[in-house]
Ligand binder design. Structure first.
Ligand code: HEM
Length: 488
């Protein structure tokens, strides 16, 4: 702890200086420091732009259509331009990368992933058996291992054997090391760092920060660099192996046998074949996309799964309704892409849970042009933040916003969802490309778990303790989620 404080001290001082400068020099930053009225359980984003206020929520869609196109994700000491680019949604670079992502979320690919997800969900259900009837269990680590298993398999086509009880899980193996690298990247890149806030608030100083970080890396940055090196060696190895094979296949069939280590149908294999046959992507672009796939798909989906379980376990009547919907399909039911639509109530529980605890509690954009936004004058380059959490709890938009009421997401709901009142997956051109993947993954997992068990929430967890992780911003359970599991 001591060395950590000493190592962090220069950054804290620099952060403070930047904060003061940002407040003094930037009119929008001054606003950012104002407390947003409303229920905001974390300090940073609650103090950002209050776009969630009633009225402005409706302006959100138009505002995004006009100005919303930069989504700069900054990870570690080097900036990473992911599916984004300075030339934004209309730019050729963005279109090129988005074109490479799109095949992954077409029905043929989703069908392929459905099998992968169902296998993982069955393993997860089996791994919970020793906990059934035993003491309460923190489900967050188990759900994280489960989702990581799925995203890594989907991204690279490699089974890392992450789930508890997997007989092929071997400590010290290459896969084990890779798994630790992925976890290190996720933990260190996603955890709050003293320099992250001033970097976000004061983008003009980013080159200075990067230079300082490069010269005087802190412990987290060193760990992140090592993990990224291991991960990049692994991924570049796969790319080099796969490229010649992909060049020979005109159109590699989903599920067809391939000579190399990259499984057909994995995101990596789709990217490589897209790169061979459509638009040329460099090895680095392919690596960054695969890396981002894991970054974007891990904490978001594991959070969404954990929160839905939290809400179901805390509301026995809703859990009963979800159980009934699943039981109606028969004891031997096996989820498929085609049958997933038969669970409207379960999906409503998921969507309501995402409203109450959005894993991405805010989305950001940099303004391209000067504009007046409500009472604020926004200058080009200012970062604007749509405070999703506040939006989702606005009493003017939602009836009893703190209640878990999945029924409001059923088709039969009398009061429809007002336009602009949900920002779970973002809106417009830059909205979440992986949302169908995530919804499918969570529904399949819940179906398998609810087929086998019933759940109750352990005491003293309402409201749930959550924390915001920075860069990228995420809402995570800060003390776990404890559940009692009983076999059905
Ligand atoms: C419940 C799970 C998820 C949630 C809540 C979520 C939420 C979001 C949000 C809020 C954004 C930003 C939208 C905006 O700025 O307007 C986003 C972007 C993105 N997400 Fe997700 N996401 C989830 C799962 C996934 C998964 C599983 C993947 C990939 C496998 C993924 C890939 C992406 C990508 C690539 C972007 C950037 C899109 C672009 O810039 O065009 N997400 N997501």
């Amino acid at each position: 702890m001591g060395p950590f404080i000493v190592a962090s001290l220069p950054w804290l001082i620099l952060a403070f200086i930047c904060w003061v400068l940002a407040v003094l020099l930037n009119p929008l930053a001054r606003f950012r420091l104002r407390k947003v009225p409303g229920p905001t359980p974390w300090p940073l984003f609650g103090n950002l732009l209050e776009l969630s206020k009633r009225g402005e929520a409706f302006a959100l869609a138009d505002w995004k259509a006009t100005y919303g196109n930069i989504f700069k994700v900054w990870i570690g000491p080097t900036p990473m331009w992911i599916v984004s680019d300075p030339d934004m949604s209309s730019g050729p670079h963005y279109r090129k990368l988005k074109g490479a992502w799109t095949p992954l979320f077409l029905p043929a690919s989703l069908q392929n992933y459905c099998t992968l997800m169902d296998g993982a969900a069955c393993n997860l259900a089996a791994s919970l058996l020793p906990h059934a009837g035993a003491a309460e269990m923190n489900i967050v680590p188990a759900f994280e291992a489960h989702v990581l298993q799925i995203v890594v398999s989907a991204a690279f086509g490699v089974d890392l054997h992450l789930q508890a009880g997997d007989p092929l899980r071997t400590a010290g193996s290459e896969h084990d090391k890779l798994m630790h690298a992925v976890k290190d990247v996720l933990e260190t890149a996603g955890s709050a760092k003293p320099w992250a806030t001033p970097m976000i608030l004061f983008p003009a100083l980013q080159p200075l920060f990067r230079f300082l970080l490069h010269k005087f890396p802190d412990a987290a940055t060193i760990r992140l660099k090592q993990a990224r090196r291991r991960l990049s060696n692994f991924v570049y190895g796969l790319i080099h192996e796969e490229r010649p094979a992909a060049a020979q296949d005109k159109a590699p069939a989903m599920g067809s046998a391939r000579r190399t280590g990259v499984k057909p149908g994995s995101f990596l294999s789709l990217l490589i074949s897209h790169s061979q046959h459509n638009v040329q992507l460099t090895d680095e672009e392919i690596f960054v996309q695969a890396y981002f796939f894991i970054m974007a798909g891990f904490h978001t989906s594991s959070g969404a799964l954990s929160y839905t379980m939290y809400h179901l376990a805390g509301h026995p009547d809703k859990l009963k309704a979800a159980h009934e919907e699943i039981d109606a399909m028969g004891a031997e039911f096996k989820p498929t892409l085609q049958t997933l639509g038969s669970f409207p109530y379960l999906e409503a529980c998921l969507r309501e849970s995402l409203r109450l605890l959005p894993p991405v509690p805010a989305t950001q954009r940099y303004a391209r042009d000067r504009m007046a936004l409500g009472p604020f004058n926004v200058a080009p380059g200012d970062m604007l933040c749509a405070a999703t959490y506040n939006l989702h709890h606005d009493v003017g938009l939602w009836e009893k916003p703190f209640d878990f009421t999945p029924e409001r997401f059923m088709d039969t709901a009398e009061v429809g969802i007002k336009r602009g009142s949900l920002n779970t997956f973002g809106e417009g051109m830059r909205s979440c490309i992986g949302q169908n993947f995530a919804i499918m993954e969570i529904k399949i997992t819940l179906i398998r778990l609810l087929q086998a068990y019933t759940f109750t929430l352990a005491p003293n967890q309402v409201p749930l303790a959550v924390k915001a992780r920075s860069s990228p911003s995420l809402l995570s359970p800060s003390k776990g989620i404890y559940i009692n599991i009983v076999s059905r």
